[in-house]
Write a protein that binds this ligand. Structure first.
Ligand SMILES: Cc1cc2nc3c(=O)[nH]c(=O)nc-3n(C[C@H](O)[C@H](O)[C@H](O)COP(=O)(O)O)c2cc1C
Length: 375
């Protein structure tokens, strides 16, 4: 290790230690990432109205604390689909994490496993599901799946997820086509060229190992604008793993998901990257929770940036929240390190912020939270 490398490593870890908020991690990440890759991760679709509203809708919420509850150390542990988590927080499926750190999803999955948080791997992860399972150690892990135009490819992903010990499949239902991302268009950013999804390697044999041909094959199967709940139902029948629907924002869709075999729904607008002007997911949560009526588990993502945000989502009925960009910022902030510490830092900021907000709000456990805590 040269003196220079040591200096860079210690600077990087200093930066991590000094980060008190997710916004602090984001500014470190922004300095340390390629600008077009940063834009790909930070950006949203269209005028980015939903991207901004996701944060504003959380920031608007006010809390109604209980006094003299006698809580010193709140219990953050919960279960999701029967598996215990030490915190009600997980890593959302985010594609191409090697754009943020060379270790990519192996680092973020290890961070989640270290803290006994949930980890969800994207269909377009830059590391394979087997590499992640082997590299991250024991933990609760889900595979995110798109309803591809080729059921053979979808089926092989389902089989590999079972074989590699994944605990559930999270089917993303809000991508009939990819949202129009102006930042990427202006930067000329081709995500699958820049980021190299591991899935391309799987498609390459059919394309005789030729990269452009593999990309063309990917284009032929994703996205799938003709997908319907019948395809979702097919996934449920094709796997013995529990299946969730990610990207539900309405009561009728929540009921359709359940009727099609979903064991859970993730209330999400894809972090403002799909339909611009879609409602903030925190504003859709109560409606979905009511429609699901305890028949399945409800999670939420899009815009969670602090412990108080997590508290609001749990109080309004989410069993757990997922975070996308905060983990990317943690990985990228820790570029000179292993990536694990940075991703962990992001999750720890949210976990410790949740614990602090619960003490101040007078909630002894996640089960004690209910809508009366939110104004
Ligand atoms: C860079 C990036 C890539 C993403 N890739 C996927 C993906 O492959 N599949 C998916 O279902 N969602 C994907 N998402 C959406 C996330 O799963 C999640 O819904 C969103 O990031 C939550 O919002 P947040 O970033 O405000 O926490 C991606 C999000 C980002 C920021």
């Amino acid at each position: 290790v040269t003196e220079d490398q040591t200096r860079i490593t210690s600077l990087a870890s200093d930066g991590l230690r000094d980060a008190l908020t997710i916004a602090d991690l984001e500014s470190l990440a922004r300095q340390r990432m390629d600008p077009a890759a940063y834009d790909y991760c930070a950006g949203g679709s269209g005028a980015e109205a939903t991207l901004a509203e996701n944060l504003a809708a959380f920031a608007r919420r006010r809390l109604r604390p209980r006094a003299l509850v006698g809580v010193a150390k709140p219990a953050l542990a919960t279960t999701v689909l029967g598996r215990r988590l030490e915190l009600p927080i997980g890593v959302a499926p985010v594609s191409l994490q090697r754009l943020a750190h060379a270790e990519g999803e192996v680092a973020s999955a290890r961070a989640a496993a270290d803290l006994a948080a949930l980890f969800c791997l994207s269909t377009f992860a830059s590391r394979s599901m087997e590499e992640v399972a082997a590299g991250a150690g024991p933990g609760v892990r889900w595979l995110q799946l798109y309803l591809l135009r080729d059921r053979g490819v979808t089926a092989s992903l389902l089989d590999r997820a079972s074989a590699a010990g994944y605990d559930a499949v999270c089917v993303t239902v809000d991508v009939p086509v990819a949202g129009r991302r102006h930042r990427d268009l202006r930067n000329g950013f081709r995500r699958f060229m820049a980021g190299q999804p591991a899935l391309l390697r799987d498609l390459a044999p059919q394309a005789n190992g030729d990269r452009e041909a593999a990309l063309a094959r990917l284009d032929a199967i994703f996205p799938n604008p003709r997908a319907t709940w019948a395809d979702f139902e097919w996934v449920c029948s094709r796997t013995s793993l529990p299946v969730l629907a990610k990207g539900v924002l309405r009561r009728d869709d929540a009921r359709l998901a359940l009727g099609s075999g979903a064991r859970g729904v993730v209330v999400s607008n894809h972090g403002g990257r799909q339909l611009d002007r879609a409602v903030p997911s925190i504003d859709a949560l109560a409606e979905v929770v009511q429609a699901v009526a305890g028949e399945a588990e409800v999670l939420l993502d899009s815009g969670v940036r602090s412990g108080a945000d997590v508290l609001v989502a749990l109080a309004l009925g989410a069993r757990a929240v997922l975070v996308g960009r905060p983990v990317v910022w943690g990985l990228a902030a820790d570029r000179a390190g292993s990536g694990v510490a940075g991703a962990r830092r992001a999750l720890e900021l949210l976990r410790d912020g949740l614990a602090e907000a619960m003490v101040l709000a007078g909630a002894g456990s996640v089960d004690a939270l209910d809508p009366s805590f939110v104004a």
